[in-house]
Design a protein around this ligand. Sequence first.
Ligand code: NAD
Length: 479
Amino acid sequence: MPTVAGVEVEGRHWIGGERVSSTRTFEDVSPIDEQVIAEIARGGADEAAEAVRAAHAAFPAWARTTREERARLLHAIADGVERRLERLAGVETTDNGALLRSHLRGVMPRVAHNFRFFADHLLGLGHDDFETRGHRNHVSWDPAGVCALITPWNAPLMLATWKIAPALAAGNTVVLKPAEWTPLTASLLADITVEAGLPDGVFNVVQGYGQEAGAALVADPRVKRVSFTGSVPTAQRIAAAVAPNLTPMSLELGGKSPLIVFADADLDLAVDLAVEQYDNAGQVCLAGTRLLVEEPIAEEFTARFLAKAGALVQGDPRDPATDIGPNIHRKHVDRVDGFVRRALDAGAKPLIGGGPNTDLGGLYYRPTLLTGAAPGSEILTEEVFGPVLTLQTFRTEDEAVDEANGTRFGLAATLATGSPERAERVSARLVAGTVWVNCFFVRDLRAPFGGARHSGVGREGGDWSFDFYCDVKNTVTAP
Ligand code: NAD
């Protein structure tokens, strides 16, 4: 087995409680230095079918376990994650290039929390009993069956466990297909589930490319839920693939979120919020990449932003001094750069950045702020998913709201304002799954999470997750 960040990693699938090989493999490349770190099994239709078979066979017994038993096992998985925080953080940083300090302090503890939260939420799920003309209505949350979970590379284990934890808590069995650029921590999670005592076949991992393993998985008629986080074009393919089976889907997709700074905002806070949008090298679906700044403060805001952004340290994500690491893959950097090149060709100007950081090698894209982009142009309307922000000014609240709502997305929006009345007024008019006022990225698992328009279908979090992963049933009993 290869060793990554000092940890032995397994490149084979995890199906029915066993490691399973494929005849073909693919290379897993670290974005830190573009070195191959592991050979990963390249699953296809056969492996997907085998994993669904295992999950299907394990479902009846798992569905019959009590809520208390499932909650106990999810807490045991959380314990296993907490025991391996450093190892999981080191492997994921090597695999996806996100900052080691964020993985250690934020991401991996939240992975454990995902399991604990949904375990506890399960125990508190109500049954909503009520009477109709003396008849008793009893609402129950029945598990749905095999869940196919498809996840992206930008926050691999965090996003996967937002799905795995509620799916398992609800009494379902799971087949996870992690992103091919970041296959490793899902594989480590399989070992943690064994140690926790999860029965064979309840949790399965199929590795491989989306159009092979992923496509076969979501089209399988034995799959009763498809939960997907990723891009809009893939979501459209998945929606078409599940249509014949009418499989319920949850889709968490891309965004082009605004960060609106009003003249009455605390400017230091607004600048901090804006610079924060470069986190994870801009590979955050929720990032407020469109800075909309009220005209009277635009000059002052821009000067302060450039001073702060200019001081960001770009480099190896394992170094505690680093603020911005690499982007995920050469193909992705080319895509990000393509957006910037086309915007510059069309007349936009870089106030900072504007291309790859050639001192560091290919995958480190300089934090970029573009101004002067043509209204309605691609750079102002399409998701770049890199450290690229745009700056626009506005004169009135109406103008700000129109511009904020002016894309096909609706994932999130951030406001900086000193006026609670304005915050309430503007929030009510924004099309977004989440609005943050004078803050960013504060996320409570009890809250609904998802996107409007092309940013998604459905909501995850709290009861919303159980609503999706269960066949909710009402039993009406005569007096
Ligand atoms: P992607 O759509 O390319 O891939 C996501 C996953 O889908 C991968 O595991 C991939 O292998 C799989 N896949 C690809 N084709 C498939 C198919 N035909 N059938 C089944 N599975 C298939 O997305 P990505 O580039 O990995 O991720 C970046 C995107 O994810 C961005 O758009 C980002 O905004 C979005 N995202 C959204 C959220 C959210 O919560 N809304 C969170 C993180 C990322």
